[in-house]
Design a protein around this ligand. Structure first.
Ligand code: FES
Length: 248
């Protein structure tokens, strides 16, 4: 049985905007993205929204539903009551382009700042050998779909534009941890995690873990272990001596 839902959607562009009210039909089994599409088809043909797979895998449809960072295609209408007003707004941490579409290029800039996978000199493609047990830990991080909801919710940058320059955000600190845990990567990751990518600004509130649609334990399995590795390097005298002698 369908019903009419009350939607409040942010409309605007780089010059500003505001919330506009709509009443839209909802059918059984639908998700918020279905309602946004119906809104486009029936009342607001110029409403801008980014999406691609509608299966929670491309990471394009990130926005905020009732103030919570969400994938629009994975947010079921059945999680709301029929009389609830549902507010849909663009991700707050990134500049708006139009309506629900934001400019997420901050994330691509941060990705470029991380040194890529660096195998030992002389090791050719096809000669990489490692044990499954050694890649097990970091394999979880490869599930990331780069929806940037963790970057959006992270309070270090959400209301602090001034921190953006010095902070890579959870998605990319997780990438640093993934590379540091890789058995064949020989690049220096620990000092740069702190000095270049702002690991010290993270105070492990786990907001990033809470919003991850892939349920990656970003804080517990990537950020906290990375912080421990940085501290080990600086404060354990044996590790410090070993690092001096062997650079790992
Ligand atoms: Fe691809 Fe939502 S449309 S994750």
């Amino acid at each position: 049985m369908g019903y009419d839902a009350k939607f409040r959607v942010w409309r605007g562009d780089t010059d500003g905007g505001d919330l506009q009210d709509y009443t839209v039909l909802v059918n059984d089994g639908e998700v918020v993205l279905d309602i946004i599409h119906r809104l486009q088809a029936t009342q607001a043909p110029d409403l801008a929204v980014r999406w691609n797979c509608k299966a929670g895998k491309c990471g394009s449809c990130s926005a905020e539903v009732n103030g919570r960072p969400k994938l629009l295609c994975m947010t079921r209408m059945s999680t709301f009551t029929e009389d609830e007003v549902i507010t849909v707004t663009p991700m707050r941490t990134f500049p708006v382009i139009r309506d629900l579409v934001t400019d997420v290029s901050f994330n691509y800039e941060k990705a470029r700042e991380i040194q890529s996978f660096t195998p030992p000199d002389g090791l050719k493609a096809g000669e990489y050998r490692m044990k499954q047990v050694d890649v097990q830990r970091s394999q979880e991080f490869r599930k990331c779909i780069e929806c940037f909801l963790c970057q959006d919710t992270c309070h270090v940058v959400r209301d602090h534009e001034e921190n953006k320059q010095n902070f890579a955000g959870p998605r990319f600190l997780m990438r640093v941890a993934e590379l540091d845990m890789h058995p064949l990567d020989v690049a220096e990751r620990r000092d740069s995690a702190q000095s270049e990518h702002g690991l010290g600004l993270c105070n492990i509130t786990k907001c990033c873990t809470d919003v991850c649609p892939e349920n990656i334990k970003i804080t517990d399995n990537a950020l906290i272990p990375m912080k421990e590795r940085v501290v080990d390097r600086h404060y354990d005298p044996l590790v410090w001596l070993g690092n001096k002698l062997f650079r790992r």
